[in-house]
Design a protein around this ligand. Structure first.
Ligand code: ATP
Length: 272
């Protein structure tokens, strides 16, 4: 439903413990968390706290999770919207949604505003197929106006996620806007093992489960795919009347998830 475009300042109880791997990104975002927790420490010496930070990486790698964890760690409200939610809106609605979001956020500061899929509204002029360009530009312009309109001491930090930083309008990347970038990669073998550990926690595991084998069986998987595998495996085991989830269930779940990923790729590659 498009009725609610953003979660209104929800408190989140996700922390960095819920985010497996991504060690370098975590170090960088911890700095941002400290800006929110101790702004005076920085402004006292005349420093300007950054307003915007871009999380760049492929789908399902934990950008949203990391943004929520930042809010959880800083213990501030979390506001979010998705660029793609603005695609079908009527003229003028996108800009007014952005205005409302920032108005509410200012009242709740310190806080985090998270904009997922910012490329849907933040594409360079003339490169967007989905939305009429005027309307998209109105929305983008309003976002820029809002970002320029609050001081660095206002306690609002805006995070935006994209997997296409190359298509973004350069106006978004200027100093005082999204001038910091944090890159999030797909997990390597060790990273996948850590993500499996997180998502295996709630699962009734058979003693034959081997996390390093699972990590080795899932090259190219993003965190979201691994979460999906763990859930599928539990469902498969349950369907077969088991009381524990076994390695065989994970084999089947991995096959199923790979099948799903292949189907997705087929849809976007023509000629198949
Ligand atoms: P998209 O670009 O598609 O919005 P995203 O990068 O924002 O993706 P998330 O929505 O944060 O990805 O990830 C989806 C889910 O995948 C998370 O809720 C979590 O369950 C799991 N996940 C992804 N990465 C990790 C990780 N590093 N550690 C633990 N879980 C992860």
């Amino acid at each position: 439903s498009k009725a609610q475009l953003f979660e209104k300042g929800a408190r989140v109880n996700i922390t960095f413990n819920d985010v497996a791997g991504l060690d370098e990104a975590k170090v960088e975002v911890m700095e941002v968390v400290d800006f929110l927790k101790n702004p005076k420490k920085y402004t006292m010496l005349g420093g300007k706290i950054p307003k915007g930070c871009l999380l760049v990486g492929p789908p399902g790698t934990g950008k949203t999770l990391l943004a929520k964890a930042m809010a959880g760690e800083a213990q501030v409200p979390f506001f979010s919207m998705s660029g793609s939610d603005f695609v079908e809106l009527f003229v003028g609605v996108g800009a007014s949604r952005v205005r409302d979001l920032f108005k509410t956020a200012r009242e709740k500061a310190p806080c985090i505003i998270f904009i997922d899929e910012i490329d849907a509204i933040g594409r360079a002029r003339g490169k967007n197929m989905m939305m009429s360009n005027d309307e998209r530009e109105n929305t983008l312009n309003q976002l820029l106006v809002e970002m320029d309109g609050f001081g660095t001491d206002s306690g609002i930090i805006i995070l935006a996620a994209t997997n296409r930083p190359d298509v973004l309008d350069s106006a978004l990347l200027r100093p005082g806007r999204f001038d910091r970038q944090i890159t999030i990669e797909k997990p390597d073998l060790a990273g996948r093992a850590k993500i499996f550990e997180v998502h295996l926690k709630p699962i009734k595991k058979s003693p034959d489960l081997d996390i390093s084998k699972l990590a080795a069986m899932t090259p190219g998987f993003a965190g979201a795919d691994i979460a999906n595998v763990c859930n599928e495996a539990a469902l498969i085991a349950a369907r077969n009347g088991k009381s524990q989830v076994e390695m065989q269930d994970f084999n089947d779940a991995i096959d199923r998830v790979i099948g799903g990923l292949e189907k997705k790729n087929k849809i976007i590659s023509p000629g198949e």
